[in-house]
Design a protein around this ligand. Structure first.
Ligand SMILES: *Cc1c(COP(=O)(O)O)cnc(C)c1O
Length: 429
């Protein structure tokens, strides 16, 4: 293993300060070997740890850094804004600018509200759906992640149980009862559930491109059918686009598939690397949010000028002609080299992608729902992860995490990484 002595020492110290030594659990490297890396700086596609190891980064802060690390056009804009102060707790023109930029370029958003994280966006959208419909139950899908919202930390119960069980201690049973968990791509299950419970279901929430438990690409037809079924039963459809928003296209998955959800949630890319989330959608629903309507929602640092500035800079760049086409072409160029090698060798693994999101699936079958993933295969990922770290490539520290290509990645660097991944796979199989 590469030298991680400073990272190790920092992690030992961190353990005395934070539960498990971290401020977000997956950072603890529990699913891979060795102590977590403490990163000290990043530039473009590179990151550097406290031991001065250099890595080509395909995690990109879990998605927000669509333009790579320390993009100068974001940094310069943030510094200019910060000269005037960091937060006023008042409206500023920067909020208007980011709001307008999004509304004018996203066909399904005519009103939006900024918050400070993806979790907050989802929590607020759920409350709005409940406040708007006057109903309380939410349908979610196994394998989709929506942040650490109490009522969404629920997985399917066993057998024929309609209601799920919490995946976290501290979630009251009464909250869990408000959540119905179904498998992705289970048309019959959804129809039966709507038939029985539609009078109590406020909304269905889905990651239209599920990317938090592998990359579980759905059939477009399924999503189109889901939209129609929600309409038929008078149930709101919420697209959680915290990852896919501004990633697979400016209009995210909704735009890619031309499906209009009632509400959408955002995070990650929208803040250009600073903490921003948002929920938005149809005006006649958003009008129910306080102070215009009765659904309370607020935030001390919401739409603060510094974070808004980062978002404006990041999203303005995304709107440049050809930006997403190039991102997708680059990603294809990268993964094709790996998939071609896998095919030649006949390894039971493949790389799946959508836009600039990719995932190493340790199976030769298409994986469409959470239960298709074989957890024992994660041992293979662990070994590959270590091999890649030792050779200067950083992937998210779990086989369930997707990777991200950024605007900063080049074709020549992907040649290098593809060759390393191919070597790593040769060692595994
Ligand atoms: C990351 C993520 C969230 C949570 O966002 P945070 O900013 O981490 O709170 C919610 N939904 C999806 C789909 C995500 O990927």
């Amino acid at each position: 293993m590469n030298n991680r002595s400073r990272s190790s020492a920092l992690f030992e110290k961190a353990k005395t300060l934070f539960p498990g030594g971290v401020n977000s659990p997956v950072r603890a490297f529990k699913s891979v070997y060795g102590p977590p890396l403490f990163i000290k700086n990043g530039n473009g596609y590179m990151i550097y740890d406290e031991d001065d190891n250099a890595y080509i980064d395909f995690c990109c802060s879990w998605g927000p850094l669509i333009h790579g690390h320390n993009a100068s056009f974001i940094k310069d804009a943030v510094i200019r804004t910060i000269e005037n102060g960091m937060s006023f707790g008042t409206p500023t023109k920067y909020g208007n600018q980011l709001g307008e930029l999004i509304i004018e370029n996203h066909r399904y958003i005519d009103s939006i509200r900024f918050v400070s994280s993806g979790t907050e966006a989802v929590m607020s959208a759920i409350r709005l759906a409940r406040g708007y419909t006057g109903k309380s139950k939410i349908v979610k899908f196994e394998g989709c992640y929506h942040g650490h919202v109490d009522s969404l930390l629920v997985k399917a119960g066993s057998g024929l149980a309609t209601f799920g069980v919490s995946t976290s201690a501290g979630v009251p049973e009464s909250f869990v009862k408000e959540t119905i968990v179904l498998d992705l791509n289970d048309l019959q299950g959804l129809e039966d559930t709507f038939e029985k419970h539609s009078h109590e279901i406020a909304a269905v929430i889905i990651e239209p491109i599920p990317a938090n438990n592998g990359l579980l690409l759905q059939d477009t037809n399924y999503l189109v059918w889901l939209r129609k079924l929600c309409d038929d039963y008078d149930i709101l459809l919420i697209f959680d686009e915290v990852i896919s928003g501004f990633r697979v296209g400016f209009e995210g998955a909704a735009g890619l598939y031309a499906i209009e959800p009632d509400l959408l949630t955002f995070g990650k890319i929208i803040g250009g690397g600073l903490p921003v989330g948002a929920f938005g959608g149809k005006k006649y629903i958003m009008n129910h949010v306080s102070p215009e309507g009765p659904v309370y929602q607020a935030g001390t640092l919401s739409a603060n000028p510094v974070a808004m500035t980062a978002g404006i800079a990041a999203l303005t760049k995304c709107l440049e002609p050809g930006f997403y086409e190039e991102m997708e072409a680059k990603t294809q160029y990268f993964i094709n080299q790996i998939n071609a090698h896998i095919k030649t060798k006949g390894y039971p693994v493949h790389i799946v992608s959508e836009g600039s999101i990719f995932w190493i699936a340790f199976s030769d079958e298409r994986i469409i729902s959470a239960q298709d993933i074989d957890p024992t295969k994660m041992e293979l990922f662990k070994k590959l992860h270590t091999y890649l770290l030792d050779n200067g490539v950083y992937l998210g520290p779990s086989g369930y995490e997707v990777g991200f290509v950024s605007g900063a990645h080049t074709r020549s660097i992907s040649d290098k990484v593809a060759a390393l991944i191919n070597d790593g796979l040769d060692q595994l199989f």
